[in-house]
Design a protein around this ligand. Structure first.
Ligand SMILES: O=C(O)CCC(=O)C(=O)O
Ligand SMILES: [Fe+2]
Length: 335
């Protein structure tokens, strides 16, 4: 895919200093100087004319819910985990959301005939959107993130591109519909960090997404509902030597209010070893497992996947397994 020459898309330098919870995340792009004592955009807003097709996204969820045969056919294309996940319809303690999880790989397993039946119900417009998003923004955002890191030595910055050649990406649609097993629950999506390098989140204008203040753990900052937001994940944290933080985030539901979102997850290639790049500035002491190169992206993805699937209600724990939280991931990664 050709690099697209566009202006640096990350409009906001970062989360920031004291000035009040909302100001931390809601600060206008015009006032970056008010934004931060630390300077890396592990949370940033993306200025883009691209719009997610939320009418099509809503239509696709409605269609899959109303047509169990269509949902079943779609899920049969990826039997390992399914594509349309609706555990929240039955399970009131899991995240109260429905998701559609796709990737270029999984799409190649969707037969043409099935795709043709889904196409008029929003499916094709969704795929067009993710295609445009990747073409227009994936490389520039990755470049801007790498450039924003101080890096080590005279050539500042980090070059993430060589670790992202294979396009290990996932497309996720979320429907925080009130019509679930626990309609009054505020838990749309429990607190977590994404595993990859960064995620680009498009929101339908409904509030609910929050990020944790790095300066004040436990304090949750609402993300403006009309912005497209870029959040760094664990892979960016390790590769950057700790400079780009993995941003803890969650989604709160407003009972009775539907919220839709569309997320592009960008991760390093599966065979990449997760350890600080030689050009990264070492700001963090990592565990032996990390420094000796024992943790590959594919292993880490699987390790974290178990935790998500449990929180999201899509898997039970295997006997003797203890589900662990961010703390345990920190224990795995940090010295
Ligand atoms: O729906 C959102 O705004 C965020 C969803 C999210 O964080 C996730 O699916 O990992
Ligand atoms: Fe997330």
């Amino acid at each position: 895919m050709a690099d697209v020459a566009v202006p640096v898309p990350l409009a906001i330098p970062n989360l920031p200093t004291p000035a009040g919870a909302k100001a931390e995340v809601g600060a206008a792009p015009a006032t970056p100087s008010s934004a931060s004592s630390s300077s890396t955009p592990d949370v940033a807003f993306l200025d883009t004319p691209l719009r997610a097709p939320f009418d099509a996204i809503g239509q696709l969820f409605d269609h899959l819910r109303a047509n169990p045969a269509a949902a079943e056919a779609l899920n049969a294309t990826y039997p390992t985990r399914g594509v349309f996940k609706a555990a929240a319809v039955r399970n009131g303690t899991s995240d109260q959301k429905l998701t559609v999880d796709l990737s270029p790989n999984r799409l190649s397993g969707v037969p043409d005939a099935l795709r043709a039946t889904l196409a008029p119900h929003g499916f094709d417009r969704v795929l067009e959107f993710f295609g445009a998003l990747m073409t227009q923004h994936l490389d520039p955002v990755m470049g801007a993130l790498g450039a924003s890191a101080a890096g080590e030595g005279s050539n500042s910055g980090i070059d993430f591109a060589p670790l992202h050649r294979a396009r290990n990406v996932n497309f996720r649609l979320c429907d925080y519909t009130p019509d679930t097993a626990a309609p009054q629950s505020e838990n749309g999506c429990g607190a977590h960090r994404d595993y990859g390098t960064f995620s680009i989140i498009f929101q339908d204008g409904t509030a609910g997404l929050e990020v944790e203040s790095p300066a004040r753990p436990g304090v949750w900052l609402p993300v403006p509902a009309d912005r497209v937001v870029v959040l760094c994940g664990w892979s960016a944290f390790v590769l950057s030597g700790g400079e780009l933080r993995a941003v803890r985030h969650r989604v709160r539901r407003q009972p009775g209010v539907r919220r839709l979102s569309a997320v592009l997850f960008v991760a390093p290639d599966l065979d990449v070893v997760l350890r600080p790049l030689p050009t990264a500035k070492q700001t963090t002491r990592f565990s032996n497992a990390v420094t000796s190169g024992e943790i590959s992206v594919s292993w880490f993805k699987e390790f974290m996947g178990k935790r998500w699937r449990y929180r999201e209600g899509n898997a039970q724990l295997e006997d003797g397994e203890r589900i662990t939280q961010d703390v345990d991931i920190e224990r795995l990664l940090l010295a």
